[in-house]
Design a binder for this molecule. Sequence first.
Ligand SMILES: [Ca+2]
Ligand SMILES: [Ca+2]
Length: 320
Amino acid sequence: MRPGFTILTLVFLMGCLTGGCGENRISNSQNKKNNFRLPSQMAPDTLDMVWIPGGEFEMGADIEQAAPDEFPKHEVSVSGFYMDETEVTNRMFTEFVLKTGYKTTAEQGSFVFSNETTPPQWIFIAGANWKHPEGPESTILNKLDLPVVHVSWFDANAYCKWKGKRLPTEAEWEFAARGGLINNIYPWGNELNADNPKCNFWQGEFPNANELTDRYEKSAPVKAYSPNKYGLYDMAGNVWEWCSDNYHFYYYSIATDTLDPKGPTKSYDPDESGTTKKVLRGGSFLCSENYCSGYRVSRRMKNTPETTMEHIGFRCIVCK
Ligand SMILES: [Ca+2]
Ligand SMILES: [Ca+2]
């Protein structure tokens, strides 16, 4: 063993190779962007988490609005787990960075959604990162209870590992989002009801007309809307949430593992074949009916693990 290859490092590396409630899994390239060593991994606690009992469900979609990668709907079982009741907030992430000295992938800059361009669009801003979500002049001091954003998949994993937890799999995330309902479209049921929004999304025609019926142009404080029946907040909208799985367009057609599936070993996105992407779930404040409808419980999204944006965050889970 090389000098400097400490027991702590070994514990961390083993943590990277495990996941799933009780089963081994491999996360390729996890954390390779950051040469980060956990100075002290916490014993996991279940404070501010809710118990998701596990069980069988129909994963995916069968409605006209669904994207091709949400088909076919198929039966999956997941074991029980605890899940953070909210997205990880700026307050929580601040504690992590203060205690560990962790540097995020985006400390050089990140993508911010600008309303000052025509049409409104994503622009790269040097100095935009989790501490300055809208650019170097912005601050999180008045946003401590908003979800942390501009965090890469690597950053999300580092935080979860520090807490003694991990990212949910895509199946765990969808099971939890459904809140115990059967074949529901949204975490609360089957009606979107844009006149009285139950989550933070985009009412109106994206990207030109945000009607703000839900009162929030960008992200909202966590718990601004009612939780689902499991007690989970913002499983629809607010910010997208990283899952542990590789993204594969055809995964639902080719998957053979129906018990605690952990995603394909290789990623495939027909839009950018050859690029490894990770799954994102739940939609964001930018999702609208005319665009991605990401707030549907079965909606899948993907991005490269180093990607950071103003509408991407995460939450953790831990097994019993
Ligand atoms: Ca909104
Ligand atoms: Ca969310």
